[in-house]
Design a protein around this ligand. Structure first.
Ligand code: HEM
Length: 395
């Protein structure tokens, strides 16, 4: 039986593992063995993935025995948040934090994000080179933005970035992961406590009103804070750095983006890079609540399911010539943000941040280039979110 996750091919850092490509060609569903020795169904094709992600017989509840966790349950430390719960509790908690992520509210943040990006580029241009783009730009942009939105002091960024890194690394020892989760939870719990006494104009302060009204437990508020703080900076940071690397490796596409200035092309480029890179490469994890017949197979109640969205985003029945990075294509049907009730809450924010970054960075630094070789770049093969640990650049 095949093991999951599978390895990417050497020298093809942007493509999903070739074994997964082969599997998708052969069958929409197959059994795989995961890290804890259990088995799960690996779903490789786009249509079956969307069908299952939208199916109420499929659960995200990490505490169910068959759930194919990338890390053993019970080693997570602090309690889990709504990303690992089912409706109605998932919907009840998610609804409490949707308002700040509406398109209108996110668009109102665009000038502020533009200023953050411009200021960081000013600093880059004034500083020494080569420079690590991850440390100097890709991590600070989304970290500054999510801190502002949640009401977390940016001065604590080393603390939360370091702990997030430990949590999402698949190689982390269980006790280390638990300790990092506990530290982040304690930090968010203290912040929520401060905001209960002294609310400001931010998302966490908004949640304290719900605590006062008896609608929300303080522990749930803190855990939602942990989820949004991690999800809000890690993912987008990886898209900025890996996206930049992909563009540097595709100079014709980079030139298109740099010279266009057309907001529609930029928005389309963001969708295509999300599709092509699909950084959430560990698959969406689920467990069947009932027997489900799909594509000539029966997934039995209690069996684990892994929806490999990276390989679905390369499905040729949906995307023509899917392994080509083509910023002009219409890639909006991609599943890089997932699908169904758990589809990414922060996607309007991520899209806006990436549009500002991709539209600004390469125009302001037109000679941006790698200060090392592709072979020297450390990729996050061991992370739940794919990307690069460092990206040395110069200009
Ligand atoms: C490019 C950046 C991003 C990518 C690729 C991404 C990807 C995803 C994916 C694939 C899911 C679905 C998980 C599942 O079905 O199991 C998800 C959920 C989620 N994301 Fe994002 N995300 C990004 C940025 C953000 C940002 C900026 C936030 C800000 C808070 C965020 C917050 C969340 C939350 C709270 C969930 C859970 C939603 C739920 O369970 O209802 N994400 N994300």
């Amino acid at each position: 039986m095949l093991e999951f996750p599978m390895a990417r091919a050497a020298g093809c850092p942007f493509d999903p593992p070739p074994a997964m490509q082969t599997l998708r060609e052969q069958t929409p569903l197959t059994r795989v063995r995961i890290s804890d020795g259990k088995t799960a169904w690996l779903v490789t094709r786009y249509a079956e993935q969307r069908a299952l992600l939208a199916d109420p017989r499929v659960s995200s509840d990490v505490t169910r025995p068959g759930y194919p966790s990338p890390m053993p349950v019970g080693e997570r430390g602090a309690p889990v948040s709504f990303i690992l719960m089912d409706d109605p509790e998932h919907a009840r908690l998610r609804r409490m934090v949707t308002a700040p992520f509406t398109i209108k509210r996110i668009e109102a943040m665009r000038p502020g994000v533009q200023k953050i990006v411009d200021d960081l580029i000013d600093d880059l241009l004034a500083g020494p080179k080569p420079v690590d783009l991850v440390e100097a730009f890709a991590l600070p942009v989304p970290s500054l933005v999510i801190c502002q939105l949640l009401g977390v002091p940016y001065a604590d960024h080393d603390f939360f970035q370091d702990n997030s890194k430990v949590i999402i690394n698949r190689e982390t020892a269980p006790e280390e992961r638990r300790a990092a989760g506990d530290r982040l939870y304690a930090y968010l719990d203290r912040l929520v406590g401060e905001k209960l006494d002294n609310p400001g104009d931010d998302l966490l302060s908004g949640l304290t009103q719900r605590i006062r009204d008896g609608e929300l437990a303080r522990s749930d508020a803190a855990q939602m804070g942990v989820l949004m703080l991690i999800a809000g900076h890690e993912t987008t940071a990886n898209m900025i750095a890996l996206g930049t690397l992909a563009l540097l490796q595709h100079p014709d596409q980079l030139a298109l983006l740099r010279e266009s200035g057309d907001p529609k092309l930029v928005a389309g480029a963001v969708e295509e890079l999300l599709r092509y890179l699909n950084i959430t490469h560990s698959g969406r994890r689920r467990v069947a609540l009932q027997d489900i017949e799909i594509a000539g197979q029966v997934i039995r109640a209690g069996e684990g399911i892994i929806l490999a969205n990276d390989i679905a985003n390369r499905d040729p029945s949906v995307f023509e010539d899917p392994d080509r990075l083509d910023l002009r294509r219409d890639a909006r049907r991609h599943v890089a943000f997932g699908f169904g009730v758990h589809q990414c809450l922060g996607q309007p924010l991520a899209r806006m941040e990436l549009q500002v970054v991709y539209d600004t960075l390469y125009r302001r630094i037109p000679t941006l280039r790698l200060a090392t070789t592709l072979e020297e770049i450390p990729f996050k093969h061991d992370g739940a979110v794919y990307g690069v640990y460092e990206l040395p650049v110069t200009w």
